[in-house]
Design a binder for this molecule. Structure first.
Ligand code: ASP
Ligand code: CP
Length: 355
């Protein structure tokens, strides 16, 4: 029997400390994407410019983009439910002219069902695909995948990249990229904005990544308001990162204190699937419901975002109809932008130079 190395004995979460992902630093080619901390503002500007260009070309019906990733293969490996991340990555790759593979019938029909672990699964997939989009319930899973892919690359002589599609309650870096792209689409700059994130800030990975990405992008006179029940406050490590980046945050459970001043309102779902005790979920499930009357308290030029899917934190289906027709609601635009930002990201990590 082969002895396990120290690395193999680590828990998935420990890979965050054990594996340091390479910064993008002006060159995306062959880089894994596991945390927003890999990006600097110039990297975001390059990526967003490419996403704008691709959006314009796709909306104009330009089919030449279909050649950009011809001959490349992307695999999806989703151990948690997804509609947008999974399908927008698939659509992105297809619209770039690449191919998409997944185990027939989803990961429950892969050899994971026979007990195969993540390191072996990811290495199998890397033999067949240039890029792997991974969503997994454990924090650090994409770091662990990146660690094993780097080792495999030495043996095989070619590198496959992993792109995180969400690591448990940790991060969702590509969501943050599309969120920031959307904010800049409507607001041009982050300077002098009040950004208010509401709901489950503890378990919601999108707000962990977005608030850090905003801090890295940088802005003068930006205010971040975190509105949540006490039990669902933003994790202290995220607040520490923000403070160390020079951003003071206002944490409150009173939406009324901040909604009227907010330029960006980022609503989130209470992450029911993360609660060990259903009673804990029930105790806070009805906090912070966005309805037309709540939105009436916001500025006319505010934007309302949501990573989706939405449940009752956006009111009833009748409330949805009213909210969806409000010019301030940009969550469907945000959702569409996901495909363009992911197209840009895939093209960049796969070495496309001409966008
Ligand atoms: N879709 C987002 C995520 O996977 C947000 C959510 O599920 O509430 O993190
Ligand atoms: N926003 C988001 O990640 O959506 P899915 O969970 O549907 O992928």
């Amino acid at each position: 029997m082969i002895a396990l190395t120290q690395a193999e004995r680590m828990t998935t979460e420990q890979y965050i400390h054990h594996y340091t992902p390479t910064k993008i630093d002006g060159d995306f080619v062959g880089k894994h994407v596991v945390t927003v901390e890999q990006f600097a503002r110039p990297d975001m500007e390059v990526l967003f410019q490419a996403a704008y260009t691709l959006r314009k070309r796709i909306h104009a019906g330009d089919r030449s983009v279909l050649d950009l990733c011809a001959g490349k293969v992307m695999a999806t490996l989703f151990f948690e439910a997804s509609t947008r991340t999974d399908m927008s990555f698939q659509a992105a790759m297809l619209r770039l002219g690449g191919e998409v593979i997944a185990t027939s019938g989803g990961v429950q029909f892969s050899s994971v069902y026979k007990g195969e672990n993540l390191p072996d699964t990811i290495r199998a997939v890397a033999c067949y695909a240039d890029a792997i989009v991974l969503r997994h319930p454990e924090v650090g899973s994409s770091y662990q995948a990146a660690y094993y892919l780097d080792q495999l690359a030495e043996r095989l002589g070619h590198q496959s990249v992993v792109i995180s599609g969400g690591d448990g309650v940790g991060e969702h870096p590509t969501q943050a990229l599309l969120d920031l792209f959307t904010i800049l689409d409507y607001k041009d700059s982050l300077d002098h904005l009040q950004v208010t994130m509401v709901g489950d800030l503890r378990y919601g990975r999108t707000v962990h990544s977005l608030s850090k990405l905003i801090a890295i992008y940088g802005a003068t006179h930006i205010s971040l308001n975190f509105v949540s029940p006490d039990a669902l406050q933003m994790p202290t490590n995220v607040v520490k990162f923000l403070n160390e980046s020079g951003i003071q945050v206002n944490q409150t459970s009173e939406l009324n204190e901040v909604i009227g001043e907010s330029d960006v309102i980022y609503w989130t779902r209470i992450q029911q699937e993360r609660f060990a005790n259903p009673a804990d979920y029930d105790a806070i499930a009805d906090h912070f419901i966005m309805t037309p009357s709540v939105l009436a308290g916001a500025k006319d030029e505010a934007i309302l975002m949501h990573p989706l899917p939405r449940k009752h934190e956006m009111g009833t289906p009748a409330d949805h109809d009213v909210l969806d027709n409000d010019a301030r609601s940009v969550y469907f635009n945000q959702m569409e932008n996901g495909m363009f930002v992911r197209m840009a990201l895939l093209a960049k990590v796969l070495g496309v130079r001409e966008i």
